[in-house]
Design a protein around this ligand. Structure first.
Ligand code: ADP
Ligand code: MG
Length: 260
């Protein structure tokens, strides 16, 4: 976590804001003629939980992937911990190592044990010894309630268990923030809560989180703000109470009527 400070310098007078972990400023992206992100701006303060929701195809995955450089963009600026990720001098792989990402499909290595899934990147990227990596990995596996599964292989675990391992694996890298893209939408209903509970605890522990989800129960419990996207635009952004009780836009009202 500490060496994130060495990643690069922030450029531009007055660009720095120590409170903000993620700043997305006027970001636009096109696939050919199709504009997938339209002048999107939002931010996440350190320790904040921001939920992004909106209809399928509205650009949520694309937006969250721009934050750790998995998707590029043609206009705008994104800062993570005051590092401009679009700056060619930014060490993107190094930054990415410290921005945890959990996807819809738990992308564990199927041929590695849970233990080795948890230690591999710690040793390769963070240069931790096997012992150090194992100690950290097992602490986190315990935290997600799966310590007994350490020497099993991913296909031997349920979907919910695999997703909890994926979260532990991301946490093992000591992330400065966590990005989640619909982490429960591929799970059987009975497994959703075990994953949300891990995320709720993480939020309560003060992790900075940007979460694409339609789980409005989660949003109500831990989100500080809700961002609503439609057709590539951030249509509305509000504290959760306000978003749920009095959504301003007709598009958000229609969306909420469908999912609540
Ligand atoms: P969401 O996560 O909100 O469902 P996405 O960010 O996945 O939305 O996609 C937003 C839009 O961009 C969709 O219309 C999708 O079809 C389109 N899209 C996504 N990836 C590509 C691509 N590689 N090429 C062209 N269009 C894409
Ligand atoms: Mg998506």
């Amino acid at each position: 976590m500490q060496n994130i400070l060495l990643l690069g310098s922030c450029e531009g007078a007055g660009a720095e804001d120590i409170e903000q972990m993620i700043r997305i400023e006027n970001v636009s992206k096109w696939y050919g003629d199709f504009q997938v992100l339209k002048n999107c701006s939002t931010s996440v303060k350190k320790g904040e939980v921001v939920v992004i929701c909106g209809p399928s195809g509205s650009g949520k995955s694309t937006l969250i992937k721009t934050v750790n450089g998995l998707e590029d963009y043609q206009e705008g600026t994104i800062y993570v911990n005051n590092i401009n990720i679009g700056d060619p001098h930014t060490n993107l792989p190094k930054l990415r190592a410290h921005v945890g990402m959990v996807f819809q499909h738990f992308e564990l290595f199927p041929h590695l044990t849970i233990r080795n899934n948890l230690t591999l990147a710690q040793m390769k990227v963070l240069k931790r010894s096997r012992d150090q990596a194992n100690k950290r990995g097992m602490e986190l596996l315990d935290r997600v309630g799966l310590i007994k599964q350490a020497d099993k292989f991913p296909p031997q675990l349920s979907g919910g268990q695999q997703q909890r391992v994926a979260i532990a694996r991301a946490l093992a890298m000591d992330p400065i923030c966590m990005l989640f893209d619909e982490p429960t939408s591929a799970l059987d209903p009975e497994m959703i809560n075990e994953v949300l509970d891990v995320m709720i605890n993480l939020a309560k522990d003060g992790m900075t989180m940007m979460v694409v989800t339609h789980e409005m129960g989660f949003a109500r419990k831990v989100a500080d703000r809700v961002v609503f996207m439609d057709a590539g635009e951030i249509v509305e952004e509000a504290p959760k109470e306000e978003f749920f009780s009095t959504p301003r836009s007709e598009r958000a009202q229609r969306f909420l009527a469908k999912i609540l």
